[in-house]
Design a protein around this ligand. Structure first.
Ligand code: A2P
Length: 341
């Protein structure tokens, strides 16, 4: 495929750094790579393949030299600059929540709704979903297609890297200070994150849910194209660096056995089943998921309290499949569709 020019906006951040790695690992046909961040990072150099590339400031960046712009610099920069990138001729793949709920912006998990990428033309923007929603929908698409899903109960155990680089540092510093019996400084999170669990991700809404929880509801319905799915989430931040875990409980419309669900998931794209009822026979964030692109599923079992209930444990690297890898997969599909002769 003919190489194209690509920009990573937010290139110095937790997700931006992984985007650079994933483009290289997947041998994405990049002609020229542009690295863009805030003015604070102007002039800093980062490596891509055998090149050292200077970071440019977003405010003055000229998007007319770029074909695909991967945005992951936060909602405000996306709101201001993604339309400018589109006007300059880019397709924007946006990893923030800025455009996800707009009816004319496709929200894509390639394993679930790749065909919707064709809708990119309406706004020039394709939205990348929230990390927790991506891994959950990858794991739930096969049971959904087989038996439909009426309701999802989910509790998440989310890594600090989802908040960004500063949160990774906060966990490191707090952990060290806690072990040394020092006072803990809370800057990124409102409460101690080291050796703790915070049932609070993103802002509280008027209905008592957090915005992270509402994202899981809105985005799951949009990706699976079913507004009738009930989603009942509790999103929790835990002291893990990389990899989100989720205890997912589904109620299917028609009966689905654990054996059949396991079989379906074993054949599902992007899924690795690790489901053996013995020590270590299940996936975990730090050991199995970190650094990998798959969505790992284990602990698949029948809900003893519900005739059509199934339980699953779903784990994935939030910076990879939850962000960078999903964005690059979207870019690959877009390129195939739009640029293949
Ligand atoms: P910078 O490093 O120059 O601040 P993280 O999610 O790890 O916090 O990273 C956020 C990314 O988004 C970084 O690359 C950061 O750049 C970038 N960023 C944050 N705010 C802006 C902004 N207003 N304009 C451009 N880039 C921004």
């Amino acid at each position: 495929m003919k190489p194209v020019n690509v920009a990573i906006v937010g290139a110095t951040g937790a997700v931006g750094n992984v985007m650079r790695t994933v483009l290289e690992e997947r041998n994405f046909p990049v002609d020229q790579l542009f690295l863009v961040a805030s003015a604070r990072s102007r002039g800093k150099s980062l490596q891509f393949r055998d090149q050292s590339i200077e970071v440019q400031a977003l405010e003055e960046f000229d998007f007319s030299q770029v074909c695909i712009a991967l945005f992951s610099a936060g909602t405000a920069p996306s709101r201001k600059h993604a339309p400018r990138a589109v006007d300059a001729g880019c397709v924007v793949i946006d990893n923030t929540s800025c455009y996800r709920y707009d009816a004319d912006v496709p929200l894509i998990v390639p394993e679930c709704n790749a065909a919707r990428i064709a809708d990119w033309k309406q706004r020039g923007i394709i939205a990348n979903p929230n990390c927790s929603t991506i891994q959950m929908t990858v794991a739930l698409k096969p049971p959904y297609d087989e038996a439909c899903i009426d309701r999802i109960n989910v509790a998440t155990y989310q890594a600090v890297s989802g908040t960004g680089q500063a949160a990774i540092e906060e966990l490191r510093t707090q952990s060290r200070n806690a072990l040394d019996g020092q006072a803990l400084d809370c800057r990124v999170y409102p409460s101690q994150i080291a050796f703790n669990a915070l049932p609070h991700i993103d802002d509280f809404q008027d209905n008592g849910y957090t915005r992270e929880e509402m994202k899981m509801i809105w985005e799951t319905q949009k990706i699976l194209e079913d507004d009738n799915i009930g989603v009942n989430p509790t999103a929790v931040r835990v002291p893990v660096y990389y990899g989100h875990s989720e205890a997912v409980h589904i109620e299917t419309r028609t009966p689905l056995s654990a054996e059949r669900a396991r079989e379906l998931l074993q054949q599902a794209p992007g899924v690795v089943v690790m489901d053996e009822a013995h020590d270590g026979g299940y996936p975990t964030a730090a050991v199995e998921a970190e650094g990998h692109d798959a969505v790992f599923v284990g602990r698949i079992r029948q809900d003893l309290s519900h005739p059509r209930g199934l339980d699953l444990w779903v784990v994935s690297d939030n910076l990879r499949k939850g962000a960078a890898t999903n964005s690059v997969q979207i870019a690959e599909l877009w390129l195939e569709q739009e640029k293949e002769p």
